[in-house]
Write a protein that binds this ligand. Structure first.
Ligand SMILES: C[S@@+](CC[C@H](N)C(=O)[O-])C[C@H]1O[C@@H](n2cnc3c(N)ncnc32)[C@H](O)[C@@H]1O
Length: 253
């Protein structure tokens, strides 16, 4: 697996972590793609397809999809006449040129330090007139409700751990500029955020991201075992979270 992507692909609850992302953000992504007119005949490239919920949705809209990921274990079973699954590293592996009506990626480029070059490669995969939609977080507004020192401490530790591998916690606010720099036209951006409680399926994204990385963050000396244990207790209690802002950058070739 590439070094840049910090999440442990062997984490037993990775599919549930991805389901947390899907429950938080799929409705907004659907709305964006519907607004762009996704429909029968569209050829889509889904980059870093993860758990694959968007593949089935695109296919349901009548589009065909090439789904790429370095880890295809959750999407192989979705392969069909309209869903072509390919195990591929988006940083280095070859992509079709000038072929797609839509290139979409969510919560992938923020992890990869060479994201600007990747956007240029993705832009070349679009047909003239095709659309690119890149969605990534801006963590500026993120926070837990009330006094949550244990959760804030572990969040800061996880952020610095991820940044060591090239993660950019504010990439969401840079996406539009990078689409413009790649020569796309009609570039624009928009953001959405949610306030959710710990009973919401989306809360699993935050809880399981912590579970997935906690040992690595302790081993890296960024937080003590005691602080990680205290955060685990807080994650199991009732709380609310203001999510990071999911920023979407949109542009046309
Ligand atoms: C946080 S998950 C997001 C999954 C999905 N896009 C979503 O929003 O539901 C990031 C995904 O990017 C994939 N990924 C990470 N680095 C990659 C690379 N270099 N090439 C292709 N996929 C990559 C991971 O395997 C993972 O499935």
């Amino acid at each position: 697996m590439p070094q840049d992507y910090v999440y442990d692909q062997g984490f037993a609850q990775e599919r549930s972590r991805l389901a947390g992302i899907e429950s938080l953000w799929d409705p907004g992504t659907h709305a964006l793609l519907d607004e762009l007119g996704i429909g029968p005949g569209w050829r889509c490239l889904e980059v870093g397809a993860g758990g694959g919920s968007l593949l089935e949705w695109m296919s349901g809209r009548g589009a065909s999809v090439v789904a790429v990921d370095i880890d295809t274990r959750f999407i192989e079973s979705l392969a069909s006449d309209s869903i072509d699954v390919r195990r591929l590293d988006i940083r280095t592996d070859e992509l079709a040129q000038g072929e797609f009506d839509l290139v979409h990626s969510r919560l992938v480029l923020e992890h990869l330090p060479d994201r600007r070059q990747i956007i240029q490669r993705l832009a070349a995969a679009l047909r003239p007139g095709g659309c690119m939609v890149i969605e990534d977080y801006d963590w500026t507004g993120f926070g837990f409700e009330g006094a949550a020192v244990e959760l804030e401490r572990v969040t800061a530790a996880i952020m610095s751990f991820m940044q060591r591998s090239g993660f950019e916690p504010h990439y969401g606010r840079q996406v539009v500029a990078d689409l413009a720099a790649a020569g796309l036209h009609e570039v624009r951006g928009e953001g959405r955020a949610r306030v959710i409680d710990s009973g919401s399926p989306g809360f699993d994204f935050f809880r399981l991201s912590f579970e997935s990385l906690r040992d690595a963050v302790v081993d890296a000396g960024l937080i003590s075992t005691e602080d990680a244990d205290a955060a685990a207790v807080r994650f199991s209690e009732d709380t609310r979270v203001l999510t990071p802002t999911m920023m979407a950058g949109i542009g046309r070739r």
